[in-house]
Design a binder for this molecule. Structure first.
Ligand code: AR6
Length: 171
């Protein structure tokens, strides 16, 4: 049985987080990319891609999540999830909230207690930032999970402030 997850907000680089699992904003092919995905593959090293190829020969559906090794990052696992590409016309919000729910389900299967999330779809995929933040905060706060701490990692100060005020309003 789950309980309330503690939601923390930090500013920094997700690849440097000392947590059990870091979440990657991947794409359907699951062979790397730019943004957080590029940073995670660079920091984790070639083991991450090798594990992606082994575990996801056919890629991953939008809204779904799955795991690999974190290679040489401090975390033990990467939980990859694929957000909807707003810029390409994928605007079904339930696909975005599904990314957070499915990532926490995978974390529960792994026994991960601390999980760091980027703002899924809010970069290259172009989801409007304030709504991407609302979707993340709402969904994590409502999740039934054994994860103790979910850490939302903002790359820049402006995003950090926006997330902090959204979390403050939700509490
Ligand atoms: N640590 C934390 N946050 C970061 C980092 C980092 N190292 N780097 C970027 N961000 P994005 P998406 C922030 O573009 O929109 C890739 O090519 C960034 O500022 O990484 O879901 C994939 O392969 C933004 O707020 O993910 C896909 O093709 C957030 O992380 C596509 O991009 C997410 O930005 C996915 O696009």
């Amino acid at each position: 049985m789950g309980h309330m997850v503690e939601l923390k907000v930090v500013r920094g680089d997700i690849t440097r987080q000392d947590v059990d699992a870091v979440v990657n904003a991947a794409n359907n092919r699951m062979r790397g990319g730019g943004g957080v995905d590029g940073a995670i593959h660079r920091a984790g090293g070639p083991e991450v891609l090798a594990d992606c190829i082994r575990r996801f020969p056919d890629g991953l559906a939008t809204g779904d999540a799955g795991w690999t090794t974190a290679g040489s990052m401090p975390a033990r696992w990467v939980i990859h999830t694929v957000g909807p590409n707003y810029s390409a016309g994928e605007r079904d919000r339930s696909l975005l909230t599904s990314c957070y729910r499915r990532s926490l389900e995978v974390a529960d299967e792994l026994g991960a207690r601390t999980v760091a999330f980027p703002l899924i779809s809010a970069g290259i995929y172009g989801w409007p930032k304030e709504d991407a933040i609302a979707a993340a905060v709402e969904t994590i706060a409502a999740a039934d999970t054994t994860v103790q701490e979910a850490r939302l990692v903002a790359f820049d100060q402006a995003t950090f402030e926006l997330i902090r005020s959204a979390v403050g309003q939700a509490q």
